[in-house]
Design a protein around this ligand. Sequence first.
Ligand SMILES: [Zn+2]
Length: 315
Amino acid sequence: MNRTVLAADLGGTNLRMAVIGEDGKILYRQKHETPKTEKTDEIINAFTELSQQCISAVKNNGEIVAIAAAVPATINAEDGIISKAPNIPALDGFRFSAAVSSELNLPVILENDANSAAVGEQWLGAAKGFKNSICVTLGTGVGGGIIIFDRILRGIDGTAGEIGHICVEPLGAPCGCGSRGCLEQYSSATAMVRLARELENQYPKSILQNKTRCTALDIFEAGKIGDDLALEVFRQMGFYLGVALAGLVNVLNPEVIVIGGGAAAGWELFIAHVQEQIRKRAFHEPAERVKLVRAELDDDAGILGVAHLAFEKLI
Ligand SMILES: [Zn+2]
């Protein structure tokens, strides 16, 4: 029988699950809304119910040997505890692995979602073949995962890798983390929309002036046809991303930096600005070495990565 892992991406909005083989092939997938609730039980019930659906759907298709969950949270990987989950506060301090394991009778692996995505990209995606990679996800926020010689960089409390909260503008925009001028306030999809609003008075001819609810996708579409305001937004998000990455290049000497998330769609409009800052600011040798590549696994990076961790740790 083929051995498989049931991998889950437990996000603030959606709970996505997939049954994944040892080769990374996705055999089955299913999705459900994450319950909006303060009750831990309701979330865990939704999780175990969807798990049972997946398990029965593939029962003739291999043996599920573990559950693997990627969550947007600071976690204690060793003990399977969710320390802090800003988007799902009902799970703060919850012994996730023990609870799910006793419901489903399978071993459970727990990992932070950005770390999982970094592992996924290194296993099967844009960082395949490398041992030292940094993965940056430009979405609603800016997520980060750092892998050094095939090991996730966690720090002593499991909080390492928060690339989105590197300060790039000391007196800049306030951030949800309590600091100011974090990368997330300049290079996320959310930040791009704010930058467009802040700059629009200087670009009266921009087609974005006519948008009542401008999105990052609108900015991308406008940039593709040469709209000056859109191009300035991409220049700024690329500049700030480059400033942060140049620092990481100097500190960590990575082989590859993988950039993904919704805002990475505008790759050709910002990547030259990122490269310019790395070239200007980082030491010559690591700057020459590092490759900037676009993520390849999209939304599946996290579930694939955490499934890989389960195969490695439990089997
Ligand atoms: Zn911050």
